[in-house]
Design a binder for this molecule. Structure first.
Ligand code: SF4
Length: 289
């Protein structure tokens, strides 16, 4: 059957073989998210999945990486997921890594042995949308995963060897809750110590609850300086021991990349230049492209 569009994947998975094991998102309640609007959630039939692996093993046999689509492949229990991972290893002889988006609760409900079994079957990277470290902001957005669940998920997986790539959405608290967003996100990230961290900037999507709130005047968005200020303040507060950081997504006004802890001051210098308008920010229309 192949992939049911639209496909959303992390930028770093551009070269990976994409295997769709679910469609949509099992939570699908976040008011800012338009990723799977109109795409209902289901776990694909195992035969469909195996057929897709077989097709991939002919067209993309030499791929080293596989990304499991869509929003949260880890909703699938190990008794089904492990045979899928085994089939991938058999079909892609050079396979070195399988990765997936993950909600906190689909990690925390697994035992350590179940997580270890995923790791042993090459599922070694999860992408987790923390979005904000503020539970208040997450509740307002309708996100199902809780901050403490996501912290636990990152801690337990990293102990086993599964790396985490954590995503933060700048501007998610709007102007009103920007201070809380910054404060609580710093605290959560410092506890999480993720291997990878990326910032996106909030981009309201037509048809979402947040878009409607903005139209009604109930949510005041940050301007470009507001996004930079949040970046600056969060980075300033981070004490990360070994994290690769990226804010080079199309939504960001100022592309940034660096490593913690060694590049922290350089990142702050660049952001400071942006705030003082000494370097060009991406104009609004380019940010949306
Ligand atoms: S959990 Fe992720 S994919 Fe699902 S609705 Fe929320 S942001 Fe979108």
């Amino acid at each position: 059957m192949g992939i049911i569009q639209p496909v959303i994947r992390p930028p770093a998975e551009g070269g990976s073989f994409l295997l769709q094991v679910t469609t949509g998102c099992s939570g699908n309640k976040c008011n800012f998210c338009g990723a799977y609007l109109g795409k209902s959630f289901r776990i694909k039939d195992i035969k469909e999945i195996f057929d897709d692996i077989e097709r991939g093993s002919i067209t993309s046999k030499d791929r080293k990486r596989v990304f499991l689509l869509d929003g949260d492949a880890l909703v699938i229990k190990n008794d089904v997921l492990i045979p899928i991972l085994e089939r991938l290893a058999d079909s892609f002889p050079k396979l070195s890594r399988v990765s997936s988006y993950a909600n906190g609760y689909n990690i925390t409900k697994r035992s350590d042995n179940e997580l270890k079994n995923l790791f042993l079957h090459k599922l070694t990277l999860i992408y987790m949308g923390l979005e904000s470290g503020s539970q208040y902001i997450l509740d307002k957005c309708g996100k199902v995963s809780r901050v403490e669940e996501m912290e636990e998920a990152v801690a337990r997986t990293s102990k086993i060897g599964i790396k985490s790539s954590v995503i933060v959405i700048l501007g998610l608290g709007g102007k009103k809750y920007s201070d809380i967003h910054v404060r609580d996100t710093i605290a959560a990230l410092n506890r999480m110590q993720p291997r990878y961290l990326s910032f996106l900037s909030l981009m309201p999507v037509h048809g979402t609850g947040l878009y409607n709130e903005i139209k009604k005047g109930d949510f005041e968005e940050l301007d470009s300086k507001g996004f930079l200020r949040e970046s600056y303040e969060i980075i300033k507060g981070l004490h990360l021991n070994k994290t690769i950081f990226r804010a080079n997504h199309a939504s960001n006004y100022l592309p940034l990349e660096g490593r913690f802890p060694q590049d922290k001051e350089k990142l702050l210098d660049v952001l400071d230049m942006g705030l003082r308008e000494e370097i060009m920010l991406k104009p609004e229309f380019l940010r949306i492209l």
